[in-house]
Design a protein around this ligand. Sequence first.
Ligand code: ACO
Length: 208
Amino acid sequence: MEFPFDVDLLLGERITTVDQHLQPSGRRGAGFSTTHSFGCSYERNCLSDYECVQVLIESAWFQAQNLPTPITSASRMQTNRHVLYILKDSEAKTAGKGAIIGFLKVGYKNSSLLLFFQDRHGAHNEVEPLCVLDFYIHESLQRHGYGKELFHYMLQRERVQPYQLAVDRPSEKLLCFLRKHYSLRDTIPQVSPFISNLFVLLFFLIPT
Ligand code: ACO
């Protein structure tokens, strides 16, 4: 997919982190809030990093991936403590503007609530787990180790062990991924009526 700006320049690092302020890592202090020019003409205007990130994460690339919560909107990123990890292909030059390999979004489901999670013995524990919310590697690049690269980077940066994460409605592929790379096999389904007034299923995965 082509973007109206240089993705390679916007995403300064191979894996760029975008926090709730829509600030891409590696570009701090580089005129983040000011309009600047790096060939980013969009409707004849140059966009700030902030605006470019907004356009990027609301683009079809981030939306139409059949994920459990497919709307990675800028406003949701901002109101929740969501962090987006974006893996780019530094080699590929799609029309000279770089390409995205995949992304991983983590965050807290509801920062104002501590949730009671059931452990495998049925006991309730008060926790606020970091959740894997969206995880996607481009169709043509799956099973090449990119997902592991992205996930491993996130674990290090968030300083969490895989078994400490909750996963929001994991797909079959993600369950296979967690089984293969992190020996996480058993799920403890969680039903919480407290989040967004809906029943939301979260899973804790237990290492074998
Ligand atoms: N079928 C079964 N297992 C798969 C598949 C598949 N089509 N694709 C990846 N996996 C699992 C397997 O365990 C695989 O190992 P194997 O090839 O030896 O069987 C392993 O992942 C490969 O590891 P990576 O190459 O590091 O993973 P990848 O780059 O493919 O990324 C991901 C994994 C993100 C799950 C990717 O396959 C993907 O984007 N799938 C489609 C979207 C999706 O299901 N995302 C998760 C939604 S749930 C959520 O986000 C909370």
